[in-house]
Design a protein around this ligand. Structure first.
Ligand code: SF4
Length: 619
């Protein structure tokens, strides 16, 4: 049995089962956000949730991956019908069909007294609140929900005939002002707010948080009523005097509502020192020890404390070193270059994402996201260079001919990659097409300034072995110079430079992986930065002039030596991954963790994590 009960008197609309009812009542099956569709799919308050949990979760992931911000129930049903076996969701399909059909009957205006049974029947028809056994709190919540529907039915004279959303808004307002505290099993400790404590007498009472900044509280007049009027009529929180007076009253009442009363206050809040409230300063001071409270454990960063060595304490906790997951030496490991990128950025992230499959669901965005833009750019460049084939042919083309060539590839690629989203936002497609034609046209001006080359590979997938891992690698483009040496290229739209390949934890290991596994001599490894206003080559070249803007410093080591350094770094990263190295060790916490979706899994914010590299004996 729980020894305490939190008595806070939440309003009815704050309970999950009621929030879900309002969500369902507000959904238009023909047009809903992917977020709302996901909440329907993941809701425990619909029938079939337990049997179809996996299938529905996969549907949610698939909808998000589709990239469209809005969907319809027909879209969801279409996808659900394709899922078979253990992933099938037949109950969901039936449910959504019923939902769509019933929703159509809700499109006429009605009196609130008609809406109350109609809304109730609609929720029942779609199966809310589900087929699992309700717990006591949910059961009581539904009883109170019934009372709110009765209240709605009494509002005919106030609202007259209203459409669906008017009735739902009225019901929501009623639920938002109905205080509701479910009955719970008796508990010896009751945690109450000041107002909830009215009328009670206690065996013992502890008043917490009575510091000089909170007791009395600062006045907070209602911003919509003139302060002068509020003060004249003594409205709560309208003036310091009003607050002082009511807080004095509360203090007297609380101090006399139990034979034993303890008052406490915090000594600090963030950087501010706090003092006891002047309203209780006259009470005799006592200490935690006098009250029989043991001192708190030292704040040494340990989350749990087990028994001392040799102690017979049955609750002693086992200490588990989780810096390494199981090694996978006997397993053939496959992956992409992303594996090395993750392992370099944060070993835990690599382990969690690639071995545990802990990846966040995608968040659909209106319009195109960075991934869509990148795919489009890559595809069009691949097509254009597929036709041009060499620097010589590029030079032979007129500006108009080149513009026509680019335009001819942009339009079908936009249609292919944007797919159904194009139909929903044709203007978006036009803007993207114009952007691509302009940026690729300008980029070709930069390519014209290079030494002669022939394109030998584009987006070709190769399987190579690095650090004991079979890596599928796809490099954007490989050119061959007249001397037979290769130039390896990666298209980028963000910040990039040779610093991304440096050190033991390279940010962008893709080109180094290609460079260390190619048998032909390499003359340059380059980022092609296609960013509006910042078109440029960035990277390493063995001699000046291979690409405009890429300097060759006097003391630059030969490229072959740099590549062999990369080999050692990549082997080490591959070995770490195979050994299951999973330290919570972001390369640059401010940057690496910023967009990471795993902080709740790695618990880096708990501060119980040692970020330094522990000693590892590699034998
Ligand atoms: S939040 Fe930071 S430390 Fe945690 S997994 Fe992500 S990158 Fe690693």
């Amino acid at each position: 049995m729980r020894c305490f009960n939190i008595f806070l008197g939440r309003t009815l609309d704050e309970y999950p089962v009621i929030q879900t009812a309002f969500l369902f009542l507000g959904i238009d099956p023909e047009h809903l956000t992917v977020e709302h569709a996901g909440r329907v799919l993941r809701s425990p308050f619909l029938p079939g949730t337990e049997e179809e949990m996996t299938g529905r979760a996969l549907l949610d992931a698939e909808l998000r991956a589709g990239g469209a911000p809005y969907v319809s129930f027909s879209d969801v049903i279409g996808l659900a019908r394709k899922q078979k076996g253990t992933r099938g969701c037949p109950k969901l399909v039936t449910l959504l069909e019923t939902w769509s059909e019933t929703y159509r009957t809700l499109q006429t205006s009605r009196l609130p007294s008609d809406w109350a049974p109609v809304l109730s029947a609609f929720l029942r028809d779609i199966g809310w609140p589900g087929d699992r056994t309700l717990d006591s709190i949910e059961y009581q919540t539904l009883e109170t929900w019934g009372k709110s529907l009765t209240d709605l039915a009494n509002l005919d004279d106030v609202f007259g005939r209203v459409p669906l959303h008017g009735a739902v808004d009225a019901l929501r307002n009623l639920a938002s002002v109905r205080q509701f505290q479910p009955e719970s099993a008796p508990a010896p400790v009751q945690i109450l707010g000041v107002l909830e404590s009215y009328g009670f007498r206690f065996d013992r009472l502890w008043l917490m948080g009575l510091h000089d900044g909170a007791w009395p509280a600062d006045p907070a007049p209602d911003p919509f009523i003139p302060v002068r009027l509020q003060r004249r009529y003594g409205l709560p929180r309208s003036s310091p005097n009003r607050e002082l007076e009511s807080t004095r009253m509360h203090t007297d009442r609380l101090l006399s509502s139990a034979p034993s009363v303890v008052v406490s206050y915090p000594e600090r809040e963030e950087d501010a020192d706090l003092d006891v409230s002047p309203l209780v300063r006259m009470l005799p001071e006592t200490s935690a020890a006098d009250l029989g409270i043991p001192p708190p454990p030292p704040d040494d960063g340990e989350v749990f404390r087990g028994g001392e060595e040799g102690s017979t304490d049955a609750s002693a906790l086992e200490v588990l070193d989780d810096h390494f997951g199981p090694a996978c030496d006997d397993v053939a490991l496959r992956g992409g270059t992303f594996l090395f990128k993750l392992q370099a950025a944060c070993p835990f992230k690599a382990f969690a994402e690639l071995r545990l499959g802990a990846r966040a669901l995608e968040e659909p965005e209106p319009g195109l996201n960075a991934l869509d833009r990148g795919r489009l750019l890559h595809r069009v460049l691949e097509r254009v260079w597929g036709r041009l084939k060499s620097h010589g042919h590029l030079l032979a083309m007129t500006q108009e001919g080149l513009a026509d060539l680019v335009r001819g590839h942009v339009e079908p690629e936009v249609r292919r990659i944007l797919g159904g989203r194009l139909a929903r936002s044709p203007r978006l497609a036009e803007i993207e097409q114009a952007r691509l034609v302009r940026i690729i046209g300008e980029w070709m001006g930069v390519e014209r300034q290079r030494k002669p080359f022939t394109v030998v590979d584009q987006e070709e997938i190769r399987t190579v072995e690095v650090g004991g891992i079979e890596v599928k690698i796809r490099v954007d483009r490989v050119d061959r110079l007249e001397n037979g040496k290769l130039v390896i290229l990666d298209y980028k739209s963000g910040d990039c430079g040779p610093a991304d390949w440096e050190g033991a934890r390279p940010d962008e290991p893709q080109l180094p992986i290609y460079a260390v596994t190619t048998e032909t001599e390499v003359a340059a490894v380059l980022f092609a930065r296609l960013r509006t206003g910042g078109l440029a080559f960035r990277g390493l070249a063995e001699s000046p002039g291979i690409a405009p803007g890429v300097r060759v410093p006097e003391r630059q080591p030969p490229i072959a030596r740099t590549i062999s350094g990369w080999r050692a770094v990549l082997d080490e990263l591959g070995r770490d991954f195979r050994e299951g190295r999973a330290h919570v060790d972001p390369k640059d916490p401010a940057k690496t963790c910023r967009y990471c979706t795993l902080p709740s899994l790695c618990r880096i914010s708990q501060g119980a994590v040692v970020l330094e590299e522990p000693e590892v004996d590699r034998g």
